[in-house]
Design a binder for this molecule. Structure first.
Ligand SMILES: C[S@@+](CC[C@H](N)C(=O)[O-])C[C@H]1O[C@@H](n2cnc3c(N)ncnc32)[C@H](O)[C@@H]1O
Length: 250
């Protein structure tokens, strides 16, 4: 069940999200669109962090996103992308409009069945659906500990984000799943600022948020890999799920 209060947490941010959130490796886009397509839709596109990787892989790229502030940043960054206000449960495109739909870091916010029906409707028969998420690397103890501050209920076995990508999605056949490991250099200050763009930090009241940041600082001040350092190497895993539309659709 989607927490609507948390889902709304992104309404007010755009520039900070774009500046501090990680991007995605090219390999993740290659997994979904190995040969390129005519038209692709990036759904829940945010500020266009994944949308940007689609420009070399499709003739026409459309982005749909409910947050006006996120869309504003996307329109400035990616002026050739058709950027539309809208949600996954009511996509502002005609039937069979695109060959592929991508959803980066957002499918867990959707009303799953309604979104699947809409995605199926706007896809051509046999079209591709690619769902992807960036994850912390389980071997990185300090990043895992920081994740537990933001998402106390998440365990290694029960991640509510990728759990929303089940083998069975109505109207779709599961094709394959790929994990890509990569890493980035990030300053301690930007690492903390990144957490401030995460839904649970955005939705927290000021006292709770201050306490959460203090807990992050305490982890970074004690872990041997981060104590006394201004910059860290942050390992990351991008998890990609690829599906094909089945049946006659909309
Ligand atoms: C974590 S952000 C990911 C943004 C972007 N795809 C990225 O990877 O940087 C989640 C995005 O999903 C959007 N979102 C939330 N609920 C949605 C819905 N029902 N339909 C479409 N997008 C939604 C939010 O506004 C937000 O931009």
């Amino acid at each position: 069940m989607v927490d609507q209060e948390l889902a709304k947490a992104f309404e007010g941010i755009g520039e900070e999200y774009d500046r501090y959130r990680p991007g995605f490796p090219d390999a993740a886009a290659d997994v979904i669109l190995p040969e390129g397509v005519d038209a692709v839709l990036d759904l829940g596109a945010g500020t266009g962090k994944f949308t940007a990787l689609l420009l070399d892989r499709a003739e026409r790229v459309t982005a749909v996103e409910p947050s006006a502030t996120m869309l504003e940043v996307l329109r400035v960054k990616l002026p050739t992308v058709e950027a539309l206000a809208g949600g996954a449960e009511s996509i502002p495109l005609p039937d069979g409009a695109v060959d592929a739909v991508t959803v980066a870091q957002a499918f867990h916010w959707f009303d799953r069945d309604a979104a699947c029906a809409e995605i199926r409707r706007v896809l051509v028969p046999g079209g591709v659906l690619g769902l992807l998420w960036n994850h912390s690397d389980p071997t990185c103890a300090w990043d895992r500990a920081c994740h537990r501050v933001a998402h106390p209920a998440v365990t290694e076995d029960a991640d509510s984000t990728t759990a929303s990508a089940a083998d069975e999605l109505p109207g779709f056949a599961f094709d394959h799943r790929t994990e890509t490991s990569w890493s980035e250099q990030i300053s301690r200050a930007d690492y903390i600022r990144r957490w401030l763009t995460v839904s649970s930090f955005l939705a927290a009241d000021e006292d709770t948020r201050t306490d959460m940041v203090a807990r992050l600082d305490s982890i970074l001040d004690t872990d041997p890999a981060t104590v006394g350092r201004d910059t860290f190497t942050l390992p990351m895993i991008t998890d990609v799920f690829v599906y094909r539309a089945v049946g006659s659709g909309g």
